[in-house]
Design a protein around this ligand. Sequence first.
Ligand SMILES: Cc1ncc(COP(=O)(O)O)c(C=O)c1O
Length: 390
Amino acid sequence: MAKNSVWDKPTIESRLSARGTKWHRDSPDVIPLWLADQDYPLCPELKDELRKAIEEEYTVYGTDTDAREAIAQKLKRVNNVEVPPDQVMMTQGVNPSMWLAARHACRTGDEVIVTDPMYFPFFTSVEVTQTQPVYWRLDLDGKYRFDVEKLKELVTPKTRLIYVCNPHNPAGRSMTREELKGVADVAVDNKIYLMVDELWEDIRYDGVKHTSLASLNPEVADLTVTSWGFSKAWSVPGLQAGYLACTNKVMFDNIQRIARGVLRGTNNLGKAIAPLICSGKIDYWVDDMNKYLAEVRDLVTRRLNEMGDFTIPHLEATYLMFPRFNYGLTSDELDKVLMKDAKVSFNKGSVFGPSGQGHMRILTATSKGIMNEALDRVESVIPKLEKMRG
Ligand SMILES: Cc1ncc(COP(=O)(O)O)c(C=O)c1O
C-alpha cells in the first residue's frame, strides 16, 4: 500500500531539481501543468526492475519475446482480447500506431474520422499520411457523449478508418459499452478499419469500467488495431514503451511490413518492465494513485467553480481536465494571461481541434500542494479575465 504522502510529496523545488521537459520548458517561476507527465515518484518495484536491467548491463541487443508473451496474457486477462504473442508488436509508445493504421487502411485522399476534440497527434497522423480528416464533434454541453447517430452521418464511400481514443484525451471520458457497440456496428456495417488508442485504460475513477473495443465481437476485432502503453499509468513516458495488437493476422502482417525498416520496436528497459506490469502484481500502485487523483480532480472542480466562470467536463478517466473558460477569449488569449500574469502553463484547448477553442487542458497528476498554488495563481487573474470579457 503506498502512503498518501507519496502522492503529496512533490514540491515545486523538488520537481525543479529533477530533469524532464515539463518543468524546464518555461522559466522556473512558472508551474507547468501542460504535458501529460506525472509528478509522482516511480513505483518502487518498477524501479527495482529497471535497476536490475542496468545492473545486468542489459544494454545489448535484446529480444522482446518475454515481453510479448506477458502482454498477450495480459490482453486475455484484462482486455478480453485473445491474440498470440506473435500478433503483438512492441512500439515506441502509442503514437506510431496511429500512423501505421492509416498507412494500412488508407490511400492518399481517403477519409479518416477523428473526434473533435482529440489528442492532437491524431491530426498529425492524418496530415502526414495525406488523408482527409472528418471531424466527429463531441459536444461539451452534451457531456462529451459519443453520438453514434452523428457518426453514421459522417460515413462516405471514402471513409477508411475511424480513430478512437478510449479513455479519451482531452474529454476525460471512458466510453460506455453502448457507445462502443455503436461505433463497432458502424465500422462492421461499412467495413471501416478502427485504430483504438487505449493508453489511458488504467486511469479511471469512481468504479468506471474500461472495455476494449476489440473485445466486443470477432467481426469488429477483425477490423481493429489497438494500441496500449506504459507511459501514463507508470510514469515512464521517457522509455517510449508501448505495444499494438491485431486479432486479424493479415492486418497485423501488413502493419509489420509497413513498420519494417522504419520502426525498431522499443528499448530494453521497456521490454524489461513489461512482464512485471502485465502480471498485475503492482496494480496496487495505480489503484492508490487513482484515489488521490480523484481527490485532486474534486479539488480543481470545486475551486474553479468557486472562483470564476468555467464549464468543467466531469473527469471519468485520464489525469487531464479540459475546462472551458467562459470569458469569450481564445485559448491563445487565455494562455498569454495565464503564462504572463499567473505564471501557470496549461495546454491551449485549440490544439485539440476547433471545438477546443476557449478551453485549456490542465494536468492533475501533481500534489495537492502544487495544485493549490497553481489554482491560487489562476484565481489572481480572474478579475483581468472578467475585464477582457468586455
Ligand atoms: C491519448 C494518447 N495517446 C498517445 C499518447 C502518447 O503516448 P506515448 O508517449 O506513450 O506514445 C498520449 C500522451 O499523452 C495520449 O494522451
